[in-house]
Design a protein around this ligand. Structure first.
Ligand code: FE2
Ligand code: FE2
Length: 156
């Protein structure tokens, strides 16, 4: 049994994003516009980077090996991006509704649970140590720093 390096690291990132979202909801309830805008920038940056790291390093091989389920999970990323864009636009117009934001958190949690159960466990079994290490590194520099290493897929 290999270590759960990928799973641990990506789940920690899910928790980090969720905590930003919870603080965002607090700011929303307190009507603290400045805090909302700052937290939104953190959330957007972190979430888009997370999705991109998964799509670059995990999903191509996952889809090859796990087919329909993997494609369905990847399709959820498009919905997450769309929802993120819609909420960002609503935030700019001061029209965010708490129920819409809460629904988005629920959607993210469901996606995260599915990835925990299938994607990350698969990745920890599928990749050797160097590939797993690269996957973990992918979360630290995408999308802010798209250095040359970013284009190298994880290998076995
Ligand atoms: Fe994902
Ligand atoms: Fe994820």
């Amino acid at each position: 049994m290999k270590t759960s390096l990928v799973r641990d690291h990506f789940l920690a990132d899910h928790r980090r994003l969720e905590s930003i979202f919870e603080r965002l909801l607090d700011a929303f309830e307190a009507n603290d516009r400045e805090e909302m805008r700052s937290l939104w920038t953190d959330l957007e940056h972190g979430l888009l980077g997370h999705l991109e790291a998964e799509e670059t390093y995990l999903y191509p091989a996952f889809i090859q090996e796990c087919g329909a389920r993997a494609r369905d999970m990847l399709a959820q990323h498009d919905r997450i991006r769309q929802r993120l864009a819609d909420l960002g636009a609503a935030l700019d117009l001061h029209l965010v509704r708490l129920d819409a934001a809460s629904a988005f958190i629920s959607e993210l949690r469901a996606h995260a649970a599915e990835e925990d159960q299938f994607l990350y466990r698969w990745a920890d079994e599928r990749f050797e140590a160097s590939g797993r290490q690269r996957l973990v590194g992918a979360l630290s520099y995408l999308p802010a720093d798209r250095g040359p290493a970013a284009s190298q897929p994880a290998t076995q």
